[in-house]
Design a binder for this molecule. Structure first.
Ligand SMILES: *[C@@H]1O[C@H](CO)[C@@H](O)[C@H](O)[C@H]1NC(C)=O
Ligand SMILES: *[C@@H]1O[C@H](CO)[C@@H](O)[C@H](O)[C@H]1NC(C)=O
Ligand SMILES: *[C@@H]1O[C@H](CO)[C@@H](O)[C@H](O)[C@H]1NC(C)=O
Ligand SMILES: *[C@@H]1O[C@H](CO)[C@@H](O)[C@H](O)[C@H]1NC(C)=O
Ligand SMILES: *[C@@H]1O[C@H](CO)[C@@H](O)[C@H](O)[C@H]1NC(C)=O
Ligand SMILES: *[C@@H]1O[C@H](CO)[C@@H](O)[C@H](O)[C@H]1NC(C)=O
Length: 418
């Protein structure tokens, strides 16, 4: 019995490990043609369910916005995804203002199964955020870990769906102690010395070791069968998410250094920064002051992670930012220039999914341009598979695109500032 259980457990471990390898292979942080698109704030007034934006290979990462109050009623944070899930329409967990968004779990898993990352963005324009000490930041990191990432809690807003990391869009409060927050998430995730690439290698090595151990214990046939099954599936979801790499990103504004998150970017390792080149003098509409070069230098000389990826953040439509919108062709020129000049360049970030989608598929336009220019520059780089994902049809009744009831507070982002 004991022996059988151990066998079952190590088999499960192996399958999960292989599953993770598949997952990590789907999203590749080292590329320079990734597309990260914010979802959740319904900038167009016509926001569809998350899964409806996951049905093709256009978007690679969805930071979902926002967790906008760190310490709300009952000491729990507050989240708001406009017409899809909020505390008024979907209800909250008892004694808190934390919305019960378990209705979104299926969509999150659908997008993850298509090889995309879904992360939680913290902050936004109406954010009530900040820490008074490192220990407060660390205990908030534990809360976020338990509610949304690899930990556990009886009040997880997305139920058993496990997000792929966090994004810091901090624009209010004090800038102190965010490095302690980031480092605590990293230590909870077992990532203190590993980046996405080395973490994946480590997991593969672990899977190989487990395979070897099972073989020497006379379980070679069963192991092989399960391993083959796992390999046979194009994407295997790591159901317990025990071996997942959690990504940490930030969305600084282009004026360098960023007033709110700038210090943390130097003190703790981030995977990527989505620099907002809009609503500012250094935006895409101001070519003479556009400063991606400064951010590339920061990445290589000042950042805690010298391999951090820098994205060009852009509005998805003329209406989605006060200023800084440029058309797809102009943005594609910025991208081609960045791919040629800056090894830190990771791709494009758009605010937001609803506006980009309704703006003649601005998201698809920039993705195709970005992939083509990357390939021209580095022909040996394999193009990613361009297939339509068989995403489950969005069933959520909250995803009907109906407008939010007027008068309710909304966590609008500064992205939307006019
Ligand atoms: C994939 O290929 C099709 C057909 O060539 C094209 O229409 C589409 O825009 C491509 N890109 C993505 C990201 O799906
Ligand atoms: C959360 O909402 C789901 C329906 O989406 C419901 O089944 C579940 O009981 C709710 N959980 C709590 C703790 O209220
Ligand atoms: C794991 O095993 C596979 C096949 O046996 C091999 O190709 C791969 O290099 C190994 N990976 C590691 C990290 O040892
Ligand atoms: C594994 O091999 C043993 C002995 O050769 C056999 O009895 C068992 O049925 C096999 N199991 C599978 C799943 O093939
Ligand atoms: C692999 O998938 C194919 C098609 O779904 C199936 O026919 C085959 O039996 C699978 N092989 C294994 C080893 O599970
Ligand atoms: C990850 O870490 C390894 C080992 O420290 C290093 O060689 C590699 O360049 C890093 N890669 C990235 C993408 O950060």
């Amino acid at each position: 019995m004991t022996f059988t259980m151990r066998g079952v457990l190590s088999l499960a471990c192996l399958i999960l490990s292989l599953g993770l390898v598949e997952r990590v292979a789907s999203f590749d942080l080292t590329r320079n043609d990734n597309l990260a698109v914010y979802w959740g704030q319904d900038s167009s007034g016509n926001q569809k369910s998350l899964a409806s934006y996951c049905q093709d290979s256009t978007i690679d990462v969805f930071p979902i916005a926002f967790l906008y109050i760190f310490r709300g009623t009952g000491g729990e944070p507050v989240i708001d995804f406009a017409n899809t899930c909020n505390q008024w329409d979907q209800g909250t967990f008892s004694g808190t203002d934390l919305a019960n968004c378990t209705s979104m779990a299926k969509d999150i898993k659908t997008c993850q199964a298509a090889g995309k990352l879904v992360t939680l963005s913290l902050g936004g324009a109406t954010g009530q955020v900040g820490f008074s000490s490192d220990s407060q930041a660390q205990s908030f990191a534990d809360q976020v870990w338990n509610l949304f990432l690899g930990g556990s809690s009886s009040i997880r807003p997305f139920g058993d769906a496990v997000l792929d990391g966090v994004d810091l869009d901090i624009e209010s409060g004090t800038p102190a102690h965010y490095a302690a927050f980031v480092n605590r998430i990293r230590s909870n995730a077992g990532e203190t010395t590993l980046n996405a690439t080395s973490f994946a290698l480590n997991v593969t090595a672990h899977a190989n070791a487990t395979l070897h151990a099972n073989t020497t214990h006379g379980h070679a046939n069963a192991t092989t069968t399960h391993a083959d099954k796992a390999k046979n599936t194009t994407t295997v979801i790591d159901v317990t998410n025990k071996n997942k790499y959690y990504y940490i990103t930030a969305a600084p504004q282009c004026p360098y250094p960023d007033a709110y998150i700038g210090a943390a970017l130097n003190d703790a390792p981030f995977d990527a920064v989505y620099v907002q080149f809009y609503n500012n003098y250094c935006g895409l509409d101001q070519p003479s002051d556009y400063n991606l070069a400064t951010w590339d230098t920061w990445a290589k000389t000042k950042s805690a992670n010298k391999k951090v990826k820098v994205y060009i953040g852009a509005p998805g439509s003329a209406d989605s930012a006060g200023e800084g919108y440029v058309d797809v062709g102009t943005l594609a020129d910025y991208v081609a220039d960045a791919q040629a000049k800056y090894s830190s360049f990771g791709g494009v970030m758009l605010w937001d999914a609803s506006t980009a989608h309704d703006n003649a598929r601005f998201d698809l336009g920039i993705k195709n341009a970005m992939t083509a220019s990357a390939l021209k520059l580095t022909p040996e780089q394999l193009p990613r598979s361009n297939t339509t994902t068989a995403a489950a049809p969005a069933k959520s009744s909250q995803a009907s695109g109906r407008k939010a009831t007027p008068g309710k507070p909304r966590a609008y982002s500064r992205f939307f500032r006019l």
